[in-house]
Design a protein around this ligand. Sequence first.
Ligand code: HEC
Length: 137
Amino acid sequence: MFNKICLLLLLVISQTISAETGRAPTADQVNAGKVLYQRYCVACHGENGVGEAPIPDTIRAPGYFTAMPLDEQSHAWHHSDEQLQETILQGLQRTQRMPAWKAVITPDQAALLVAYIKSLWSPRIVACQGPRHMSCM
Ligand code: HEC
């Protein structure tokens, strides 16, 4: 009995922590995430997450990063839901252009943004998201 309760608790906890990596988001999550994306992210990551137009190396300032696509052309899907949320909330060390959004965006809103980003991926890519990406394709 005790073991069963432990197992149940573990399942509940791991589901909360590991969110939905590898699973498709619901339509409600995607719609709510899209509103946030259009407000905060579209200026750099583009309509439908296509990313900024690349700047040729010859005229790009050293250390200047363009915003990569978040759809499946780039490697956003190699990251788990948690890693993507972390990037959104904490920003990226390597460039100030991707700031930490934690003063503006709550963890729940970051999860909705991840849901929207995942809606830009095909079901096959969603199934191979995160740690599975090496073995799954
Ligand atoms: C001012 C431009 C700008 C804005 C606005 C912006 N980003 Fe970024 N973002 C970047 C840049 C630049 C990078 C890093 C590119 C690189 O490292 O090559 C990045 C990287 C990322 C990554 C990492 C992707 C990966 O594959 O590792 C994620 C996720 C991301 N942004 C999500 C968002 C979300 C969600 C928003 C809106 C809340 C947002 N960004 C707003 C510029 C921006």
